[in-house]
Design a protein around this ligand. Structure first.
Ligand SMILES: C[S@@+](CC[C@H](N)C(=O)[O-])C[C@H]1O[C@@H](n2cnc3c(N)ncnc32)[C@H](O)[C@@H]1O
Length: 333
């Protein structure tokens, strides 16, 4: 795909105006952008006069961002890192803001060789960091029961058993190599009906991407890290694109607001000091006008919180009720 100038399609930053309102960048502030991508948020934050530390786990995004680092000499630091590690990049005095725009970028989807897209032929890869277990490793090696759990828990795919059985049968004859290989099989097993709004492979591809990149674990750890790294009065702004992610952010802010007392495991009611206060509306979605121009914005949800002076709490993953994939068979090697 190319734009009107014949160049590659650029990533259109989602909810940019609303992100800036919640983040309040200004001269003298230091903001960490945990998902640099094409630098859309970063460049708007720099334009508002704040300094930025930007992270991305994708080496391609980091390489492409070097020109922006040169242009904004001294005001932008770009680091290849997972955002779960963001506290390692924060100065001792803390950060004024953290922003996360979760998910894949248009560049990642557009590059067939990254293997994120079922509409383009590419290797079945999906690794944002370009290292570790690939989607092909999972599809070719995971046990049948594990494939079903991944598709159900991370893709909410109703046809998971049928698709997983078909994968098992086909890989015994020849391993899956390309994205179209897998998408083609799913199209045959669960053909698209006239009323279906999405391609039949959408949920399985989403599930594999989330699994391969441990996206839910990364998000949960990033929220804890932001709680540790923000100054009192610092702002945490998170944009998500599907319900599994939004649920994590919602649970985090509700747990940290001091209202949620106890947990499933410790149901006694006790007052806890809030580590985050609400900023504006609990959840913000794209305007009709933005959703019209940018289809990706239709499912976007923004949640934001203002860090209080209460000490950060324990990083206890049980507050999230994350899908339990811990017992999955080992795939490495
Ligand atoms: C939706 S894009 C961000 C777009 C950006 N806000 C912009 O305006 O250009 C998401 C980016 O986050 C990166 N990413 C996803 N998960 C990550 C993680 N756990 N740690 C660091 N970067 C991550 C992806 O590689 C991708 O480049």
């Amino acid at each position: 795909m190319t734009d009107a100038d014949g160049g590659p399609v650029r990533h259109i930053p989602v909810l940019l105006k609303e992100v800036l309102e919640a983040l309040a960048p200004a001269p003298g502030k230091l903001i960490l952008d945990g998902t640099f991508g094409a630098g859309g948020y970063t460049s708007a934050i720099l334009a508002a006069g704040a300094d930025v530390i930007a992270l991305d786990r994708d080496p391609t995004a980091i390489a492409a961002g070097q020109a922006m680092v040169a242009t904004h000499s001294g005001h932008l630091t770009l680091v290849q890192s997972q955002f779960s590690q963001l506290a390692d990049q924060a100065p001792a005095g803390g950060l004024d803001g953290v922003v996360l725009d979760i998910g894949v970028s248009s560049m990642q989807l557009d590059e067939a060789e990254r293997g994120f897209s079922f509409s383009k032929t590419g290797p079945l890869d999906m690794r944002m960091s370009a290292s570790g277990v690939s989607a092909a490793d999972v599809v070719n090696r995971a046990k049948l029961a594990d494939l079903i759990r991944i598709f159900v828990l991370l893709g909410e795919e109703k046809q998971a058993p049928r698709i997983a059985h078909a994968i098992e049968k086909r890989r015994a004859e020849a391993p899956f190599v390309t994205t179209r290989d897998l998408a083609g099989l799913i199209e045959v097993v669960t053909p698209r009906k006239a009323k279906d709004k999405i391609h039949p492979a959408t949920r399985v591809f989403q599930a594999l991407r989330i699994f391969v990149n441990d996206e839910l674990g990364e998000l949960a750890q990033a929220l804890f890290a932001a709680e540790r790294a923000l100054k009192p009065g610092g702002r945490l702004v998170v944009v998500t694109f599907h319900s599994l992610e939004d649920r994590i952010v919602k649970k985090f802010f509700s747990d940290r607001s001091g209202r949620a007392a106890g947990s499933r495991h410790m149901p006694m009611v006790q007052e806890r000091a809030a580590t985050f206060d609400a900023i504006g509306k609990a959840v913000i979605s794209a305007s009709d006008a933005e959703a019209e121009i940018n289809p990706r914005a239709r499912s976007a949800k923004l949640r934001a919180g203002l860090r209080t002076s209460a000490p950060a709490e324990a990083a206890d993953l049980s507050i999230f009720d994350l899908p339990n994939l811990a017992s999955l068979g080992k795939l490495g090697g």
